[in-house]
Design a protein around this ligand. Sequence first.
Ligand SMILES: Cc1cc2nc3c(=O)[nH]c(=O)nc-3n(C[C@H](O)[C@H](O)[C@H](O)COP(=O)(O)OP(=O)(O)OC[C@H]3O[C@@H](n4cnc5c(N)ncnc54)[C@H](O)[C@@H]3O)c2cc1C
Length: 385
Amino acid sequence: MTPVNEEEAAVYDAVERWAEKEVRPIAKRFDHADEYPTELVEQMKELGLFGATIAQKYGGLGLSCATYARIVMKISSVWMAPVGIFNSHLIMAAAVQRNGTEAQKRQWLPRFATGELRGGIGLTEPNAGTDLQSIRTVAKRAADGTQYTINGTKTWITNGIQGTCFAVLVKTDPDAEPRHRGMSMFICEKGAGFAVGKKLKKMGYKAIDSAELVFDDFKVPAANLISGEEGRGFKHAAGGLELGRINVAARGAGIAMGALEQALRYAQERQTFGKPIAQHQAIQLKLADMATRVEASRLLIEQAANKYDSGQRCDMEAGMAKLFGSEAGVENSLEAMRIFGGYSYSIEYDVERMYRDAPLMCIGEGTNEMQRIIIARQLLERNAI
Ligand SMILES: Cc1cc2nc3c(=O)[nH]c(=O)nc-3n(C[C@H](O)[C@H](O)[C@H](O)COP(=O)(O)OP(=O)(O)OC[C@H]3O[C@@H](n4cnc5c(N)ncnc54)[C@H](O)[C@@H]3O)c2cc1C
């Protein structure tokens, strides 16, 4: 992926150096200890990552989607999990940037951009992930209209413990038909009535907190209703998905790239039957497929990101990139495991982490089953006879 301009190329170069110098050496330790990498957060602030896609006039870097995807792919090739610290946060910021009133943008975006306020997005509930219109969290407006009271539970929320501020999808009219007309989104800062229920244990994506969030008569000012109008929350949530999918595609493709890099090196070092395993054709076939998946993912991401940056509709392209990039992460991490043989099962090597981290990309931002449905619908719509 080519940098958009010199300024963005400089940002990318700084992130690349940081990923190699600061992230790579600590990834294994923090992943295995499932410990939050606080020191990386401070460095991310300095790099401006919490404001990567926030417009410059609100204090962010205002990066193009293409450069942002490139950054995400690079960090993920080293260690995917830390990307969640700023990415989920930027999805929250995007909800305000795309849909907020000018006053809301001025109130929240500069504090998001510096990382002073950090958080994520609260959509999923114990009973509703894909079918978001089934959520049960309700916000009830006070008689004088100045505030709402929120009750309900969100689950799987990235940054749920370390974050203090979340864009939360609720029902403001639980009886509305169609159901999405009764949904709204609020910016909620932790406080009385809004607390962490529990930390969720995971097979991968370690060191980054995923949590249940509980709202128990939580009072939120009416001024925190994104866009100031009820009934738009589902649209706000769905509107961020194109960017979200390109980001997940880049995370999956990053893992695919990282697994390829590890496998290429190991295959030239490890000897069997008197020669490096890279000289065996069975291993070469794997390396060729892995490299092809990385390049194909990169091209799909670039195509979707360029369309996004030029303001064109790209839900099908973003869906294809997400589907292919995330599956590439899973396939390449498994192939790297095979190339590493028995050592792949040792916690000494990074490939076991990639193998645990990769499947999440097939679930987040719309499962890959749903991506196929979205792609097919778009195909039919664009090619209707
Ligand atoms: C580590 C992690 C971090 C996460 N972070 C966040 C976060 O920060 N914020 C947040 O809001 N959520 C987050 N999530 C939740 C994630 O977005 C959901 O898990 C995802 O949307 C899927 O929802 P679900 O788990 O309820 O699965 P379900 O919706 O129950 O789906 C189960 C299966 O059924 C399939 N399916 C469902 N409906 C259909 C259909 N109509 N047609 C065909 N197949 C269908 C799905 O594809 C899937 O295979 C996170 C999840 C994880 C694991």
